[in-house]
Design a protein around this ligand. Structure first.
Ligand code: MF3
Ligand code: CO
Length: 248
């Protein structure tokens, strides 16, 4: 297995596209409110990415995925396809996942948004999911084992009795959207080591109920089998000489 070590030029370009992903995740927040459709949010993103940033939404056409972002509402775990039929309502939680390509370099990130006033359970699930990334970050530096990420996330999440989805994982990223290695979000015995210049995503999906998921008939939308609420955050991260840098 060969894990890419990015050079100065690679890192410069991945930082540029990561900045765009970050700005898009801020930009779209202003459009999320009760009554709007996820299809509309998709179109807002498509137009901004193409016309303003002169970049390309990497999910569009990826393995025939039909839209420019993923919009995963409530019990949708990931890969929700934006639709004009999906109307957001007060109390929903939604993950927006944005992958962008610019100058042939990729970046990928996602976050949770509340539609109207959130309830306490949703707020806590989202906070804990984001915090699980922060717990993992502490272990990222050259020489450490990559599996410390999964260990840190699981040790933290177990305290809340939430579950960690095992069917999807983080990934190397750079010249392609998905590169090696796989970054697992639960305890595992992968023996790879962090090296300066590696770039990868951490993107834990945390459920209130079971970790088990199923794919819907559209071939993409993934839901919890027990219809429990699911949350995910994702960052693209660079390994530096003495730690890490969050690029998104
Ligand atoms: N952004 C997703 C990830 O985290 C993948 C998007 S590609 C799609 O890897 F086709 F599923 F949209
Ligand atoms: Co990703």
């Amino acid at each position: 297995m060969s894990i890419k070590i990015n050079n100065y030029e690679d890192i410069k370009n991945i930082k540029i596209v990561s900045r765009i992903v970050h700005e898009m995740l801020n930009y779209i927040s202003f459009f999320i409110k009760p009554g709007v459709t996820t299809g509309y949010l998709n179109d807002v993103c498509y137009n901004r990415i193409i016309n303003y940033y002169k970049a390309y939404p990497a999910s569009l056409g990826y393995m025939d995925y039909p839209k420019s972002i993923c919009t995963s509402v409530n019990d949708v775990v990931c890969h929700g396809i934006p639709s004009y039929k999906t109307i957001l309502k007060k109390g929903d939680i939604i993950n927006i996942d944005i992958s962008i390509c610019k100058n042939n370099y990729y970046s990928d990130a996602s976050k949770m948004y509340f539609v109207g006033e959130p309830n306490k359970l949703s707020i806590k699930l989202c906070k804990v999911t984001y915090n699980s990334i922060l717990k993992a970050l502490k272990y990222i530096k050259p020489g450490n084992k990559i599996n410390l990420i999964g260990k840190a996330i699981q040790n933290y999440i177990d305290k809340f009795n939430y579950s960690i989805v095992k069917d999807y994982c983080g990934h190397g990223i750079g010249k392609k959207l998905h590169e090696e290695p796989h970054i697992l979000h639960y305890i595992n015995n992968c023996d790879l080591i962090f090296k300066e210049g590696m770039i990868f995503t951490i993107e834990p999906i945390i459920n209130l109920g079971t970790f088990k998921t199923k794919i819907m008939k559209d071939g993409w939308t993934v839901k919890t089998v027990d219809k429990s609420l699911s949350a995910q955050y994702e960052h693209t991260i660079l390994v530096t000489n003495n730690g890490y840098e969050i690029l998104t």
